[in-house]
Design a protein around this ligand. Structure first.
Ligand SMILES: Cc1cc2nc3c(=O)[nH]c(=O)nc-3n(C[C@H](O)[C@H](O)[C@H](O)COP(=O)(O)O)c2cc1C
Length: 371
């Protein structure tokens, strides 16, 4: 397994190497096991074997196979690279209360490789090898006008917790449990289609029907999502998803993320509204930031494809310039490989895309090449 310069901080690399060699003296690090070809699983299993549970994420920062637009956390193959921050322990305090030993730690994690200047502070209480309380805050949570700074908040909280652990540990433990991770138990459809037109019987609805038929003909399952019918709060840019991997809002977006998480193919089907996607589609795209955070911090599925279907009233391919950029950026953000677009203009004149020869076949052909 490769634990060279492209992976991990020095402590993690050395610890894995040391512990694995204690178990198997022939065990060594080789470049060939880089994160490609499933080697992330090797890293994970080595972490399990060595009992190293106190890590948050792993990053392949080698840049090999990364996207040309600088999204280093997404490889060409769509394989996920977890991000390991540059890590530093700021405080470690041991407190004994009523016969129980507690360890309070405060770590500083530098995620500048993800977003310039993003620093996350992780305050944790462990006892008997289990993490029983955790609080995270990051620098992006605080707006330019806020008098608070993440480090001040984290340090203040650590002093507060130190005091509370000495008096009554239940005060800390009951209030700050780790948030539940996504279960992934919900059966996922092969294809998830975001039908972004508010018109239930418009051209995008026709396109969605063609897509669903083509997928079902190939024995694939399909889930169609109508964002305009759902309860989805807009993203408020709180950046708390980069603390936990999930959104502060508990609404219909949860099941959209569940569906996307498990799908092989994600299709965005939106008419052009003022040169871009419809409002409902944009709501979903912005809220997928939590999914980006989840993939960055926890990991996710690889090899997903994405397709954009769009219709525009006006004539000319330039009506799709903006929407294509928006949807492709969304795909790349989520580790989804843009696998083709079908863009149909002049629809104001034609009214009904069923009248345009060859469009249904074009949809079927594209679906059959990626599913
Ligand atoms: C609010 C609004 C904004 C629109 N903006 C554009 C636009 O910027 N460019 C364009 O070519 N068509 C625009 N259209 C036309 C739609 O793209 C077109 O009517 C499309 O066929 C609607 O798709 P649907 O039938 O799936 O709802 C707009 C329509 C609406 C209602």
């Amino acid at each position: 397994m490769y634990t060279g310069t492209g992976f991990g901080n020095d402590w993690l690399k050395n610890e894995i190497l040391k512990q694995m060699r204690e178990r198997d003296p022939s065990w060594d690090a080789e470049r060939k096991w880089r994160f490609r070809n499933g080697s992330l699983d090797n890293v994970r299993s080595a972490l399990t074997v060595t009992g190293i549970s106190d890590y948050d994420s792993i990053q392949d920062d080698s840049g090999s196979g990364s996207c040309s637009d600088g999204n280093k956390d997404i490889t060409d193959s769509g394989r996920v690279s977890l991000m390991e921050p540059v890590w530093e322990r700021l405080r470690e305090i041991h407190i004994s209360k009523a016969g129980t030993e507690y360890t309070l730690t405060l770590d500083r994690e530098d995620y500048s490789a993800l977003y310039p200047g993003m620093i996350r502070f992780v305050l944790a209480v462990s006892t008997g090898g289990n993490r029983v309380a955790v609080f995270r805050t990051n620098t992006f949570e605080y707006s330019p006008l806020s008098p608070l700074a993440a480090e001040t908040v984290a340090l203040g909280k650590s002093v507060e917790w130190e005091d509370e652990l000495g008096r009554d540990p239940a005060l800390v433990i009951s209030g700050c449990r780790e948030r539940e991770r996504p279960s992934g138990k919900r059966p996922a459809a092969d294809l998830v289609l975001l039908q972004g037109s508010p018109r239930a019987d418009g051209n995008c609805a026709i396109l969605a029907g063609w897509v669903a038929d083509a997928a079902r003909d190939r024995g694939r399952t399909v889930e169609v999502i109508y964002p305009h019918d759902l309860d989805i709060h807009c993203c408020i840019g709180c950046y708390q998803c980069y603390n936990t991997g999930s959104c502060v809002f508990d609404d219909d977006m949860n099941r959209i993320i569940d569906a996307v998480r498990g799908a092989r193919l994600i299709i965005v089907c939106s008419p052009v509204y003022t040169n871009t996607v419809t409002a409902g589609t944009k709501l979903v795209i912005d809220r997928m930031q939590a999914y980006h955070a989840e993939r960055t911090l926890i990991g996710g599925k690889d090899g997903q494809n994405g397709i954009l279907f769009s219709v525009a009233g006006r004539k000319g391919g330039d009506n799709f310039t903006c929407i294509t950029k928006v949807v492709h950026a969304f795909f790349r953000n989520c580790g989804i490989r843009p696998a083709g677009d079908i863009l149909i203009d002049s629809v104001d004149a034609v009214k009904d895309i069923r009248k345009i020869a060859g469009k249904r076949e074009a949809v079927q052909n594209l679906i059959s090449t990626v599913l």
